[in-house]
Design a protein around this ligand. Sequence first.
Ligand code: TGC
Ligand code: FAD
Length: 392
Amino acid sequence: MKTDLFQAPDYYNIDDLLSDEHKMVRTAARDWVKKDISPIIEEAAQKAEFPKSIIKGLAEIGAFGPYIPQEYGGAGLDQISYGLIMQEIERGDSGVRSTASVQSSLVMFPIWKYGNEEQRKKYLPKLATGEYMGCFGLTEPDHGSNPGGMTTNFKDKGDHYLLNGAKMWISNSPFADIAVVWAKNEEGRIHGLIVEKGMEGFSAPETHNKWSLRASATGELIFQDVKVPKENLLPNKNGLGAPLGCLDSARYGISWGAIGAAMDCYDTALRYAKERIQFDKPIAAYQLQQKKLAEMITEITKAQLMALRLGQLKNEGKATTAQISMAKRNNVDMAIKIAREARQILGGMGITGEYSIMRHMMNLESVITYEGTHDIHLLITGADITGIPAFK
Ligand code: TGC
Ligand code: FAD
């Protein structure tokens, strides 16, 4: 891996709109990514291994529960700081950002928002330090875009619940200590349950042979008559809206994260174009390459402004599901297109692990699919503006 020479583009002086705290948080994350992610990530991705050694550093930069109150071990930051941390981490690798997103928005968030005080005190501080790692089980083999059709279920057995079913494509599951699992009760109502590693009948086999998010561990969750203590049910919200509420938070983080991946591809391509000589001139001197680079910085700038405004709305508690969905869709689509164009600017070198672009490009194929596919997000906007849901 080459030395990390990353320089963040800020074409519209968006830094002027950030507070000192935002910049401080971002600097800490950026420096950590340069020091602890860039040197190891290519090898981890090539080997398809999640580098567990980074968990401590992720906790130290506040990536686990950035906006969770400090009384529960979180960093107590605002939503823009949360976004900036996700941006910097995904600048390094989408798989590492996945680990942080899941821990923060899909595990800590539901325990904080839907759990009781005992559950908050028991799990949140350990999740914030990385002593516990968590995963989020919503998707099933037969229910991806349509989680409301899930068949994973639990029955009331008096002093405990009996959980049966299976989840698929679960980030962090192979090494997670706890899983927030969504399942239907006997009346068909969806509830969240905290399932702990080691419970009899619970297993989490890893999914191998991925060409995307190779530095993130993905797996299944299998429940065969798992006895879950009654105190592990999240009591304060149920119905499909409970997991969808977590997705709002995670999708918001992804809308910032994708900008990080795009910035890294753009910065790499710009530097390469200025250095690479063909026909006696740097390729950056040719109009076709300038068009690519000009379009990239334009799209990055638009995405930065969208994410920042969304962050302001989130801070005010005004961001809607549809606004968050639009930013997730737009910014991931922007990033994957930039990755594809940037790879071409590097010619043959673009396909090697010497540069980060191809890894970003392959990672983004997952990011455009998980947390709601591009199509589902188009339909969310469509339903919002027409008032006519077209999902079914
Ligand atoms: P729909 O009828 O629209 O809604 C069902 C109920 O939920 C309520 N609701 C919400 N409540 C809170 N927050 C939200 N954001 C909400 N959105 C909807 C809604 O009001 C309704 O309530 P009620 O009381 O009337 O029942 O549901 P639908 O079945 O038609 O589905 C809508 C659809 C397709 C948009 C939704 O199912 C969806 O978003 N599908 C995509 C699935 C998805 O995103 N899965 C992600 C899995 S997790 C993941 O990918 C992690 S990747 C991790 C990483 O590595 O980063
Ligand atoms: P499907 O729902 O089968 O969709 C297949 C295609 O059909 C897509 O193109 C889709 O857009 C299209 N489609 C579906 N419905 C419609 C419709 N109504 N109209 C038009 N087109 C439609 N899930 C979790 O719960 N937790 C996790 O931690 C997690 N991590 C993941 C990590 C990775 C690496 C990946 C790849 C996925 C992860 N997921 C996770 C699952 C992810 O959320 C799902 O893959 C995603 O929601 C899509 O579901 P699906 O793969 O079953 O595709």
